[in-house]
Design a protein around this ligand. Structure first.
Ligand code: GUN
Length: 285
């Protein structure tokens, strides 16, 4: 039976360090501030942003909360981002994704000041990540690395299979795992023989979020594999990830949903906000 990776406990450890760093910054006259922008009224996105706002307040980070309607034009969003870029009292800017389909996400992300890009999505920060030099990394991948480190799971030499190729999760995680000497395969909806690839993996990271399309079951998992389940979806009226409970019979370590990766994403956002506030003062480690 696999051991559970406790994302709530690790996130609370990260948050207590963030709280100390926030106090330190405040004693030096910097009041860390995170601005979030949510365009439209997607319910899941609103829940995520509410949770981010609440978590920031809990560690003493000031927040701005922008919620323009779904009719908001791309030019208006770009203007708002530029306004926040040039506001010295704002240290971190988060544009919640996905954006309504009439808005070009890249155009908006590319407007962000990379020093305030607490999602680590700008071309500058993703380029730094590829070079192993990023100071602001995407929150979910860096949260996964934090979990692996906390439990001393060394991925060097492991065959890692990631089922996700997004800019938020799969692509940046591939580089972070590669940097730690894993051999990485990035899979997606067009991947051939996915089950065969999964069966040979030492580490599986799955982030699909649609049980009809994909469910990770015990028979797809090698004995002793580490399974990180990033997805949050509703299945048979319950909040769950991609992994079926049968996975726990095979895995050595597994993240639960809820209570695994989710809390880490938020904790790393707060950590990035403190890093961004430190950058503003020229205090990067
Ligand atoms: N949508 C889902 N996850 C995320 C995230 O980590 N950051 C942003 N900006 N949008 C998201």
């Amino acid at each position: 039976m696999g051991q559970l990776i406790d994302g709530i406990a690790v996130a609370s450890h990260v948050k207590s360090n963030v709280r100390k760093a926030v106090d330190e910054l405040k004693s030096q006259g910097v009041n860390p501030c995170l601005a979030t922008i949510l365009v439209g009224d997607d319910r899941a996105s609103a829940t995520y942003v509410n949770n981010k706002q609440k978590a920031a307040a809990e560690v003493g980070i000031a927040t701005r909360d922008y919620r323009p309607p779904s009719s908001f034009k791309q030019e208006e969003l770009v203007e708002l981002v530029k306004l926040l870029n040039s506001d010295p009292s704002v240290h971190g800017i988060l544009v919640q994704l996905p954006l309504p389909s009439h808005i070009d996400e890249f155009a908006v992300i590319n407007t962000l000041n990379p020093m305030k890009d607490v999602d680590g999505l700008t071309p500058f920060n993703s380029g730094m990540l590829v070079n192993g030099k990023a100071f602001l990394k995407p929150c979910t991948p860096s949260g996964i690395i934090e979990l692996l480190d906390f439990y001393s799971i060394d991925v060097a030499g492991m065959d890692a299979v990631i089922v996700n190729r997004s800019n938020l999760v799969g692509k940046p995680l591939a580089f972070l795992l590669l940097q730690r000497n894993a051999t990485v395969t990035v899979c997606h909806s067009m991947t051939k023989s996915l089950t065969e690839k999964l069966r040979t993996a030492d580490l599986i990271v799955t982030a699909v979020g649609n049980r009809q399309k994909f469910t990770l079951t015990g028979d797809m998992v090698k004995d002793g594999a580490v399974v990180i389940d990033v997805a949050t979806t509703r299945h048979m009226d319950k909040l769950t990830g991609d992994a079926d409970l049968s996975v726990r019979q095979k895995a050595s370590w597994v993240t639960p949903v809820p209570g695994g990766v989710g809390p880490m994403t938020i904790a790393m956002l707060l950590k990035n906000t403190v890093t961004a506030a430190s950058i503003s003062k020229g205090m990067t480690e």
